[in-house]
Design a protein around this ligand. Structure first.
Ligand code: G1P
Length: 291
């Protein structure tokens, strides 16, 4: 079985829900307390074994390249000032032995199209896909849990979780061959179905391990939900050729593509920080007492 060493991050979307901040700042650079979403994302992929990080980017995303580049001037300044802790934090943004590749998505044609743009870098290998908007916090990084499933099945794996039926329109939804087991084989997958048509309430979240067979399918995938080339539709075609597993991961997912999800992640991660957690809880208590 081939080892997974490449992770694809489709980050071309403009994040209009967070305007005006996303006018010049990529939504993936929004911080959860002090670390941008995209750094959590890269750390998760590297922990799962990725050594090649592929960003599929678009306009106004240059800050991501700068973030994963060495900043010699600032390093020297911190060195001279003896600020070793900060120096360590700064250097940790560029993990050793990991290469970063940037591919431009020429037009906003959808997630499936973004993934196809990465084919030239991924090649004929299984790979991770990580959508940084879906921030997942837990003891074992989600992609690492999924890699274990891949290693035991040799098949594509998609992270899923239960959502309220009224939310099926926001997600890819899977039907499973045995709802009582985890991981389970997917029998059917559909992008953003209406609640009354959804085959289940088990929703796809932004973590995938896919075999390279997906690329041939993506090449012929037509426009689907929302007029976009959907990854979900290519995965539906993949089901006719290979087994694909749904994996219900351990951990908490925050939808950081919307304001409330983002704020919840911020509050929960801040509360868990050793440095400020306890003061932050006290502060929240004071604020709520005043209401
Ligand atoms: C994408 C996928 C969808 C998946 C979701 C997870 O949708 O197309 O199947 O459930 O990510 O966040 P998007 O949120 O980009 O509309």
């Amino acid at each position: 079985m081939k080892k997974i060493t490449t992770a694809v991050f489709p980050v071309a979307g403009r994040g209009t829900r967070f305007l005006p901040v996303t006018k010049a700042c990529p939504k993936e650079m929004l911080p959860i307390v002090d670390k941008p979403l995209v750094q959590y994302a890269v750390e998760e992929a590297v922990a799962a074994g990725a050594t090649k990080i592929v960003f599929v980017t678009g306009r106004a995303k240059r800050a991501i390249e700068d973030h994963f580049d060495n900043d010699f001037e600032l390093e020297r300044e911190l060195e001279e000032q003896g600020k070793d802790d900060l120096l360590e934090l700064l250097r940790a943004t560029v993990p050793p032995g990991v290469s970063f590749v940037y591919v431009r998505q020429p037009a906003p044609l959808g997630l499936g199209h973004a993934v196809l743009c990465a084919e030239c870098v991924v090649g004929d290998e299984p790979f991770f896909i990580h959508l940084p908007d879906d921030f997942i916090h837990g003891d074992v990084p989600c992609l690492e849990q999924m890699r274990e499933v891949y290693e035991s099945t040799g098949c594509s794996v998609i992270a899923t979780e239960q959502v309220p039926r009224e939310h099926t329109k926001r997600y890819g939804i899977v039907a499973l061959d045995d709802v009582g087991v985890n991981p389970a084989r997917i029998t059917h997958i559909v992008e953003k179905p209406n609640p009354e048509e959804a085959p289940s309430t088990q929703a796809v979240v932004g973590r995938y391990i896919l075999t390279p067979a997906i690329f041939d399918l993506l090449r012929t995938t037509g426009r689907g939900a929302g007029g976009e080339i959907q990854l979900t539709d290519a995965i539906s075609d993949l089901l006719g050729k290979e087994s694909v597993y749904s994996y219900s991961f351990k951990g908490t997912r925050y939808d950081c593509g919307n304001k409330l999800g983002f704020l919840r992640a911020t509050v929960e991660i801040a509360m868990a920080q050793p440095e400020i957690g306890s003061d932050f809880r006290d502060m929240l208590g004071e604020i709520l007492d005043k209401k």
